[in-house]
Design a protein around this ligand. Sequence first.
Ligand code: MSP
Length: 522
Amino acid sequence: MQEKFYLTTAIDYVNGAPHIGHAYEKILSDVIIRHKRQVCNNVFFLTGTDEHGVKIQKTAALKNITPKQLCDENFSKFEAAWKELEISYDKIIRTTDEQHKKIVKQIFKKLLENDDIYKHSYTGLYCSGCESFLNPKDLTEDGLCPDHLKKPEEVTEENYFFRLSKYKDKIIDYIKTHPNFIQPAFRANEIINQLDNIEDISVSRTKASVQWGIGVPDDDSQTIYVWIDALSNYITAIGYDIDNPSEQFKQLWPADVQVIGKDIIKFHSIYWIAILMSLGLPLPKTIFAHGWITIDQSKMSKSLGNVIAPHDVLKSFNLSKPDAFRYYMASAALSGKDGNYSDEDFKEKVNADLANNIGNLLNRTLNMLVKYFDGKIQENFITDKNSKIAILANNTKNQVIEKFNSYELAEASNLIVSFADAVNKYVTENAPWQLAKEEKMLECAQVLYNVLEAMRYIAIMIYPYCPNIAEDILVQLNQNIDFSYKNLEWGFIKSGKITVKEKIKPVFLRLDSEFAVDKKKG
Ligand code: MSP
């Protein structure tokens, strides 16, 4: 068993409510962490909200409320969304938390003491969407920020600067010598190219332009740059303190994986790494950058009016549990690539994989077990680990672990579904109903046993995506609710009564089935 696993997500801006892009990242992270809990004892999952900066200040001013009121209002929406999606974080940090603010000041002071921060007068183009100065050569032809399609503001200020250029070679060297550091690996070159032109960065703004933030220590005229404040959450949340770090920090840091979107990879694999180097702290093992989710193939944006909240998806399909949505999102894109959400595709995919492929397989098999064997398994039904299905089950398990180790979640879910496909095919080929007709009862029983054991494997492997469905499968199989991978050994279903006719229930209803429609009416 791995000793510990610490996962962080990007912390979301609270100038609006959560949408399915934010949800995508938290679901991916939750799927990873639930899997890690299956294989590792000491697991910690951090998420949070990024509550300072011009963007929040401006949105609050427009709404005629204080920035803190805006943060509180929207923080509750994020909290509620993560609860509904069953995001099992251990801590949700807010950058307005007092302890965080105190340690960020300490970090800034330390960087000053290390002579990595100096004062400098500067004119630049600031995009409040990115909360970042932009390089004029990166703007669109019309002079807009390429991500937010807004004109950046020209700002002339005397700010504090961080000597990023000093760390350039060290970071390049680190990326080159640590192939797992940036994942997927195809992003590493992008970062190395960006590092070629890296300059020192402004790490404060004047109080006149940004009041909503953490003040620079011993300088009333400046606010700490929101990205320095935000990135520090990964260590402040677990008790970092320069002189007296907590036991939890010593145990958990460095993070095993920091999950972020591809748009903020520069901040994480360059700025953050340089800060850690300056503080003399170990570096995260992996920065995993996922792709972006589009809606019906278009970028989600307020102006297009296509922003979807995760709650709306669950509500429109009358789903009381988040499993189908979690499963769909976590399988929506191959590792690091962009993905798309559409209602039609969602319905099709979950009906095919969860209702037909997995749900029906379980249902049919349990019904046959009742019909032919009174719902009971006998000692001689139990097959050994050399049966064709057992070998396939164990191979699938090993491949799924590998995929999880490289954060290929869609790829892992595809393996699980392919396994269910293979088991369905096995049932068709071996036709247990035919064997029963021919009175080959032992053969029939062993086929059913193989399928039920395979279903147990599927339940445990699919658990990170669909925790409720996985639990229902184990309940239907009359097994202990324990998703640990140590249970993934062939032959765990023992002799005895498994079920009776009245207990057999579908674990997932087709989204357009009569049941679902009835539920909607009710
Ligand atoms: N506050 C910064 C992150 C600071 S981390 C120290 C930020 N916030 S955000 O709210 O704009 O985005 C939070 C996360 O959600 C980012 O990782 C971002 O990539 C992700 N996503 C936002 N919209 C998304 C999609 N449409 N699709 C997938 N992920 C998206 O950036």
